[in-house]
Design a protein around this ligand. Structure first.
Ligand code: ATP
Ligand code: MG
Length: 184
């Protein structure tokens, strides 16, 4: 099954992202992410045999153990890919975002050590808001992108998700296991 591990966001950040996404939808043509699907990918595994899910869950627990909740602020918008079919995202910023990168690196290292697949690209703290976004058209018709809503929050939940891709529809993410970041 297709697996990835992601940090979930506190309600206040989800609300701010929903607001920003609603404004983006007014001026950018593209496929919006469902407001119940916002997440920060820490590690993308891709296809893993179902028999190894428990092992992946234990690795998520081990990587999260002893780590404190991480505070973050929603940052500026950014994009990946071709401008006419871009992945549009909002970054996370703040002095503790390094702790999120550390967690992602630790997690990926443990997955690799166990012979599990994980994406080789470096971690970038971001929340995808829209895919196949036409940025030049937004610039032409609306003079650019809106300013994102400011929000601050504390991340304390890391979830192992199964992702089922659906043709012409949003993917279905199913939480399989949850780990908590806790104050010692
Ligand atoms: P869709 O592929 O239909 O646009 P999606 O990207 O949300 O939907 P997945 O492809 O299963 O669904 O990806 C789940 C998460 O993992 C997303 O945050 C995605 O950005 C990330 N991801 C997917 N593929 C990779 C990859 N090759 N490397 C790094 N991260 C990835
Ligand atoms: Mg994808």
């Amino acid at each position: 099954m297709r697996l990835f591990v992601a940090a979930e966001l506190p309600q206040g950040m989800v609300e701010a992202l929903s607001e920003t996404l609603a404004e983006l939808r007014e001026c950018v043509h593209g496929r919006a992410v469902g407001t119940d699907q916002f997440h920060v990918t820490l590690a993308f595994l891709g296809e893993v045999p179902a028999t190894r899910v428990d092992e992946v869950a234990a690795i998520v627990d081990a990587a999260c153990a002893g780590r404190r909740p991480i505070s973050a602020t929603l940052g500026p918008l950014g994009s990946f890919g071709r401008d006419t079919s871009a992945t549009l995202w909002e970054g996370l910023a703040g002095p503790q975002v390094g702790a999120l990168a550390e967690l992602a690196d630790d997690l990926r290292g443990r997955l690799r050590d166990a012979g599990l697949p994980t994406d080789p690209k470096g971690f970038l703290a971001h929340v995808t808001l829209m895919r196949r976004a036409d940025l030049p058209r937004a610039a032409r018709e609306h003079g650019g992108l809106p300013m994102p809503t400011v929000a601050h929050g504390v991340i304390d939940t890391v979830t192992l998700f199964r992702s089922e891709l659906c043709r012409d529809r949003a993917p279905v993410y199913t939480p399989l296991h949850e780990a908590r970041l806790a104050e010692p």
